[in-house]
Write a protein that binds this ligand. Sequence first.
Ligand code: NAD
Length: 265
Amino acid sequence: MENLMKGKRGLIMGVANNHSIAWGIAKQLAEQGAELAFTYQGDAFGKRVAPLAAQLGSKLLLSCDVEDIATVDSVFETLEKEWGSLDFVVHAIGFSDKSQLKGRYADVTTRENYSRTMVISAFSFTEVAQRAEKLMKNGGSILTLTYGGSTRVIPNYNVMGVAKAALEAMVRYLAADYGPQGIRVNAISAGPVRTLAGAGIGDARAIFSYQRRNAPLRRTVDIDEIGKSALYLLSDLSSGVTGEIHFVDSGYNIVSMPNLDELKK
Ligand code: NAD
């Protein structure tokens, strides 16, 4: 399997460093011949993302903070000017105030952080898709990243779980809206990965190790595995798939109890 993405151009949003899920995805896409543009959030991240983007031969590295919609507009204006069209977008962006990702959801969640979390981690996906649509004249594929805390309670995931539930609903509504134009919209629901964002969740280590012990595959996933599934969803291999929440979590989502050894402890 080679050059699955040859001739395709896409935008990768959400690389913070070489541990980011977006980086795992970008590597797989570049290996299959895709031409990539990257966004970064602020100068500090820009310094880390620049060498990574260069490593994959990218010539477009654009500053973007989704809280400032003018910067999102500017990214898509640049893409229109430089490329004229777009084949895919990866939205791997999430944020919530760390102090609210521990303790009881009922106690710690404030209106201010709820709004901020929803805008950055969920609604920005709609705003990105709205702009990408205009450049996807020959159809396209749009992908976001979610987590199982959207539909089931994971300790400390709190308001991020609420935002991921909204994000997954957006995947379905956008998939229905854009389907007639051949634009597909999907999400990968990844198991826990040690990233900057992942480390912000309270007791991340304990949750990571619990999933490793209890997922059917008895391990967690890495960013290369998420990248390979993303390659499927962003390439023509998945041409008949849209509106899907695709789990890449070692099967953790299918179990309802700890494994027997752990259960009997
Ligand atoms: P990460 O910290 O490497 O990436 C998060 C990215 O979000 C960073 O690049 C950061 O710059 C960006 N971001 C945050 N606020 C932003 C803003 N206002 N404007 C623009 N960009 C902003 O962590 P990651 O784990 O690779 O996260 C990527 C996505 O994967 C997130 O949506 C996260 O919720 C999701 N996810 C992560 C895990 C996990 O365990 N790490 C599991 C499932 C889903």
